[in-house]
Design a protein around this ligand. Sequence first.
Ligand code: TYM
Length: 321
Amino acid sequence: MTRLSGITPSGRVQLGNYLGAIQRWASQGTADDLYFVSDLHAMTSTHNPAMLRALTGEQLAVLIAAGIPAESVFVQSDLTRELGALSWVLECTCTFGEAARMIQFKEKAKGQAGVRLSLLTYPVLMAADILLQGADEVPVGADQRQHVELARTLAKRFNATYGEVFTVPRAVLPPAGARVRDLADPARKMSKSTRDSAGVVFVLDEPELVRRKIRRAVTDDARSVEYDPRRPGPANLLEILAACAGDTPERVAGDYGSYGALKEGVAEAVVETLRPIRERAGGLLDDPAELERVRKAGAARATQRGEHRLHSALRLVGTGH
Ligand code: TYM
């Protein structure tokens, strides 16, 4: 069984990425799994090339520091030829309506001038990421579920139209932490690219900063600590705590009598969860030659594993050899 997933270097890795995705990539992974930094996806809106390169290195280091074996990681753009080709084949399998229906596209395109065409087509590139490698399972947070569904639809349609090439993937969500919300504005999800980072805990933040952000988290004026998904501020804190502790939000709520105590508990759990990752990532970032070696080996492995599916797909649509 192959699991595959990716993270986009559109900003620094945040706690939602870790609890919703990376934590499981590291703990449930097997030698067959593939996890990658999807740098090609970070170009769907204005971006800074030097920053993109730096963030790609940082994310690669965080993936390894989180405990994903170096043998399972790669950088997406090292497979540009294969993914570019497969993405085109899949664009020719996807309808405009299907792409335009994607919630993320609608949200991000809203009110924006000069929307890049790639913002519309990026879920198809994501389908190429998944289908090239024959992934069975795609461990993601809730916001990526619809994109994985699209990959599923395209795999089935391609197989039925041209012949069986692609494994039909399925999205797998975590029991807690599937949608971590912004601490300062719990109505929206925590995101790497949010301009105001007061409510966003970054995985490489210093412990004191993490504590400060959590202490300032928005709650409400209720007196008791209980888990109620309709109360987004407190529910978010309890979900974060549960995801760190491998427990349920309902159960961890019972340990606290006030929001003040809950915030201290969440702050300590998050600091201790992130500490080893921050320390290991620091070491890796100080050794660029080692990171480069891991990147090269990952590129060779991922290319070799996916190639035959691309060639079969090209042959079946009536192109290639
Ligand atoms: P990205 O970089 O936005 O997020 C990486 C992973 O983190 C999860 N996530 C969250 N989970 C819980 N709470 C949050 N607030 C939160 N924010 C992000 C995401 O669901 C995701 O699992 N397009 C993808 C990357 C990608 C990919 C792929 C994933 C590219 N190709 C192929 C799977 C398969 C993205 O931008 O994720």
